[in-house]
Design a protein around this ligand. Structure first.
Ligand SMILES: C[S@@+](CC[C@H](N)C(=O)[O-])C[C@H]1O[C@@H](n2cnc3c(N)ncnc32)[C@H](O)[C@@H]1O
Length: 262
């Protein structure tokens, strides 16, 4: 497992660079050359069109009026998303689906992965849930995803109380401090030990603007994730990857959602 600790940024450094995609998992190769991509679907994300320099454009299958699925994923974000969904050792949680761009990328990874898993995709907008379901249907991956219309933190509590746990969570529902903080405070209770969380818009210069109430992802993650439980794994594009430490299971009671003191 590769941890890219050196990519961490101070608040002043946010947006000063867009770190390239690098694999967290070891990509085994059958040839002598070093392998950079998991499979051809992953590799396609490294070659597809981009707009505004780096936002990927993924074909909107079966939809003539809109050629590409709307969304704001940098190439590095998309490559990391596919990798984390592919290697997740259990179910996947997504907060914020919009039109289903990130959902489709993860569903393709799940379809191609050797282990079985399911995606639970949450958005509080009924229109976005409907549009996401439509995108998934046209990409023939609907069976791999359950779409849920709910506020993000509320959805986590409901899923947790229903006994659901996740090996990977993609958090892309809000840029604002409060909604992201509320989610960060719930994550330890639904992520399996050793599982990962990928935060979109973490490396965004707008998080530096103190009076910008719409942006506070960096601050919410740093405040909301307990550093005794979560460790930083790297920044790729505008996303930041964190892992729930393996030993966290011994230190955390997910029933009462409290740390167990020694
Ligand atoms: C940036 S878009 C998600 C983009 C998507 N992940 C992608 O890459 O294609 C954010 C979405 O989160 C939803 N949203 C905003 N605040 C939310 C909240 N508190 N709970 C749940 N969904 C929320 C919005 O309706 C919107 O569709």
């Amino acid at each position: 497992m590769n941890r890219h600790q050196e990519t961490f940024m101070t608040v002043k450094e946010l947006g000063s660079s867009c770190p390239a995609y690098r694999p967290t998992f070891e990509l085994t190769s059958t040839s002598d050359t070093e392998k950079s991509y998991i499979d051809s679907t992953h590799e396609l994300l490294s070659m597809c069109r981009v707009k505004n320099g780096s936002l990927i454009q993924l074909e909107n299958k079966g939809w003539r009026l809109q050629k590409y699925i709307p969304g704001w994923l940098h190439r590095a974000d998309a490559l990391k998303l596919y990798e984390m969904a592919y290697f997740a050792q259990g179910d996947i949680l997504e907060l914020g689906s919009f039109r289903g761009l990130s959902t489709t990328i993860m569903a393709n990874a799940v379809r191609n992965a050797p282990s079985e898993k399911h995606i639970y995709s949450v958005d509080m907008s009924p229109k976005c849930v409907r549009k996401t379901a439509d995108t998934l249907r046209r990409n023939q991956v609907s069976d791999l995803v359950t779409t849920i219309c709910s506020e993000g933190a509320l959805a986590i509590r409901t899923l947790r109380d229903g006994g659901k746990r996740f090996a990977f969570a993609f958090i892309d529902h809000s840029h604002a401090y409060e909604p992201v903080l509320n989610v960060c405070r719930e994550l330890a209770s639904v992520i399996t030990p050793g599982g990962f969380c990928l935060f979109h818009d973490f490396n965004d210069p707008r998080n530096r603007e103190e009076d910008n109430k719409d942006y506070g992802v960096y601050q919410a993650v740093n405040t909301g994730l307990d550093s005794d439980l979560f460790e930083f794994y790297g920044i790729y594009g505008c996303t930041a990857l964190y892992r729930l430490k393996e030993e966290a299971a011994q230190n955390y009671d997910s029933g009462t959602q409290t740390k167990i003191s020694a």
